[in-house]
Design a protein around this ligand. Structure first.
Ligand SMILES: C[S@@+](CC[C@H](N)C(=O)[O-])C[C@H]1O[C@@H](n2cnc3c(N)ncnc32)[C@H](O)[C@@H]1O
Length: 480
């Protein structure tokens, strides 16, 4: 019997000891090539079938861990507290009540970019939405470890083996928590949920819902809350601190939300996330993910503006846009603008570009009246422009600016062209997961930028047809 089959058998025995029950229609599989686990249907399973029940006390959380009193005394919270609980239980080895579960898990999830080396991050994530974020994450994790974990180990009232709490172990715990934890309820907060964490994710195509059944709800009738989405806001202390006294229910249920044929995989969903978020938290991407986005940083727009106009011009237009924005959305600061998966820029980006490009006379007029001229005859009130009528702002100059911005954003990916990336992906074995998923991310982001260019060009073409001035415009854009 292979090592992975032995571990799976031990896990099944442990589940039995914890009263975790699951349907005999489920096959828990470990793929030999890469040791990835997943769940298959052994026979047809139908919508509405209850396929598993998991007592909450079997989940590894801060509340259930033996380290709870020390964690609470030390006032650790959120993901730091759960990491300590996980490292503590691992340090106990066979003495831990979760040994049968922990022995099945990998030591860490090496696909999560937090665990990549700085060289890998620079090489594989250059230009992507994750490049800066992951570098910042790494620095923050080190600071957290130094500021919280080291003093905790030194001052804990019981002897802890520091080898199980070093930086490596903390990073390993963080990668597991990031990719395998679920929000349980207000009492338990979030934690590791055995069995539920063997299901892989499929965007908008899940087969099963993971649910907390409440038998003591306010209405005194049974109610259920879908907790399919593993704690997107797991650092939200408000949620974790509510109702500290008791858990309203004892079990979690997994219920089928569609039919699955025998022999096929049963998928959960981790939520509606683009590839950057999936790679960041779970270490994988999907080829056609409708939630992909690309951001254009405000900094980049200012860089573009300063390359054409004086600094004074850029500063005063920026502050006008900020004033207008804060009037509409008090307290909401914008540092970047989203480009959706179909290449549409968010309206605030168009407004900012529009204001930057207003000729001096029109700008002064706009400053007085808040009505901006979009042509000799037509004026618009900028605050009345929303996502639905934003195309009104697509003047010829705004479209030109969008093309320039798409070009500047594209240059962040370095010297390798999109075609190079596509070729590299074709040649990349799926088992080289870091390279494979970072290429998918780069390509899907660059496809969005291509669509942004098409969005701008489409407007340009439309205007040319209306104005009958195709050649002049073409020349203008070739020069840029
Ligand atoms: C909650 S676990 C799911 C079970 C996991 N396959 C295992 O071996 O334990 C989440 C991890 O599974 C992998 N995973 C989940 N869904 C995936 C998908 N659609 N494609 C590739 N990997 C996926 C990723 O490594 C992710 O971090």
């Amino acid at each position: 019997m292979s090592c992975s089959s032995r571990r799976m058998r031990a896990f099944k025995r442990w589940m039995n000891s914890q009263s975790i029950e699951y349907s005999n229609a489920l096959d828990l599989i470990t793929r030999q090539e890469d040791q990835q686990m997943y769940v298959n249907a052994l026979c047809d399973i139908h919508e509405g079938d209850l396929i598993a029940t998991i007592p909450k006390h079997s989940c590894l959380t801060v509340k259930s861990s033996g380290a709870r009193p020390f964690i609470e005394d030390f006032c650790l919270e959120g993901y730091i507290a759960l990491s300590v609980a996980l490292m503590y239980e691992k340090s106990l080895g066979q003495q831990s009540p979760w040994f049968g579960y922990l022995q099945l898990l990998p030591d860490r999830n090496p696909d999560v970019p937090l665990l990549w080396s700085l060289d890998e991050i620079d090489e594989l994530l250059l230009g992507t939405e994750l490049h800066k974020t992951v570098k910042e994450d790494k620095a923050l994790v080190y600071e957290d470890w130094k500021a919280c974990i080291v003093p905790f180990v030194k001052s804990a009232p019981i002897q802890l083996n520091p080898d199980y709490f070093d930086l490596e172990q903390y990073l390993a715990a963080k990668s597991l928590i990031s990719s395998r934890s679920f929000q349980i309820d207000d009492y338990y907060g979030f934690g590791m949920v055995p069995l539920a964490d063997l299901f892989n994710h499929k965007t908008d195509g899940e087969d099963v819902h993971f649910t907390s059944v409440s038998s003591h709800s306010e209405s005194d009738t049974d109610s259920s809350e879908n907790i399919e989405n593993p704690i997107d806001d797991y650092q939200n202390e408000d949620i974790l601190c509510q109702n500290q006294n008791e858990s309203t229910t004892d079990i979690l249920e997994m219920i089928m939300v569609r039919d699955v044929k025998a022999g096929t995989e049963v998928f959960n969903t981790y939520g509606s996330m683009g590839n950057a978020a999936l790679l960041h938290r779970y270490g994988f991407t999907e080829p056609d993910n409708p939630y992909n986005i690309v951001n254009i940083d405000l900094e980049l727009v200012l860089q573009w503006s300063s390359s054409i106009f004086s600094r004074r011009h850029t500063r005063s237009r920026l502050s006008m846009w900020k004033k207008l924005h804060l009037c509409e959305f008090p307290g909401q600061q914008i540092d970047y603008f989203e480009i959706s998966s179909d290449g549409e820029p968010e309206v605030e980006l168009l407004k900012l570009i529009f204001i930057i490009l207003l000729p001096e006379k029109a700008y002064n007029e706009f400053d007085r009246s808040k009505v901006a001229l979009i042509s000799d005859k037509k004026g618009i009130i900028l605050s009345e422009i929303s996502e639905t009528n934003k195309k009104l702002l697509l003047t010829e100059r705004v479209q030109g600016a969008l093309l320039s911005l798409a070009g500047i954003r594209e240059s962040c990916y370095g010297l390798r062209s999109m075609e190079d990336d596509v070729e590299a992906l074709k040649a990349c074995p799926f088992t080289n997961r870091k390279l494979y998923h970072s290429l998918v991310l780069r390509i899907c982001e660059r496809r969005i930028l291509k669509k942004l260019r098409a969005y701008a060009y489409a407007g340009v073409r439309h205007l040319n047809v209306c104005n009958g001035s195709t050649s002049t415009l073409r020349k203008k854009f070739r020069k840029r």
